[in-house]
Design a protein around this ligand. Structure first.
Ligand code: NI
Length: 170
């Protein structure tokens, strides 16, 4: 288990586009493990490899649902979206910032799993939101660029603790 350093707001790497993964080798598998550990350590629901400084198209998501393993998406692509939802959003790279944002209500995502098999998953609500947020990271886009104007707030550690349940970081 290794916790990696999360790149923070202002780090230029967050604006860079990540590259497709060609081979899922041991190094990639170790990175995925570390990403999951790092996401869990900081109570995140999602993490993109770029957030730990690696420009590879890899995303992990965990909604902390009973008995469900974290999602691992390699080279993810959003192939269809449906509807809209207005939600609170945060990001592990912007630790105290939250804002309102409009995301699709439903997302169909195609990716490779850890074994290199192609998978398609339909996500709704929080999963759809997280899929969009993380795929944005792979394209060098951070959530603050997409928020509803005037809704960005900075919260203190205390407020954050109170709001932990309904405001998860990605
Ligand atoms: Ni994020």
């Amino acid at each position: 288990m290794a916790i990696r350093m999360i790149r923070q707001d202002g780090d230029e790497i967050l604006k860079k586009k990540s590259k497709e993964v060609d081979v899922i080798d041991d190094k990639v598998k170790e990175l995925i493990k570390d990403m999951i550990d790092t996401m869990h350590k900081y109570d995140g629901v999602g993490l993109a490899a770029v957030q730990v400084g690696i420009l590879k198209r890899i995303v992990v998501i965990d909604l902390y649902e009973e008995g469900k393993e974290p999602y691992i998406f390699i080279n993810p692509e959003i192939i269809e979206t449906k509807g809209e939802q207005e939600v609170d959003e945060g990001c592990l790279s912007f630790p105290n910032k939250y804002a309102r944002i409009i995301r699709p209500k439903e997302v169909k995502l195609r990716a490779l799993n850890e074994k290199g098999e192609q998978i398609e998953i339909i996500g709704q609500d929080l999963l759809a939101q997280a899929m969009c947020h993380e795929v944005d990271h792979l394209n060098g886009v951070v959530f603050v660029e997409k928020i509803i104007p005037g809704t960005l707030e900075t919260v203190t550690q205390e407020q954050k603790q109170e709001k932990k349940d309904n405001r998860k970081n990605k």
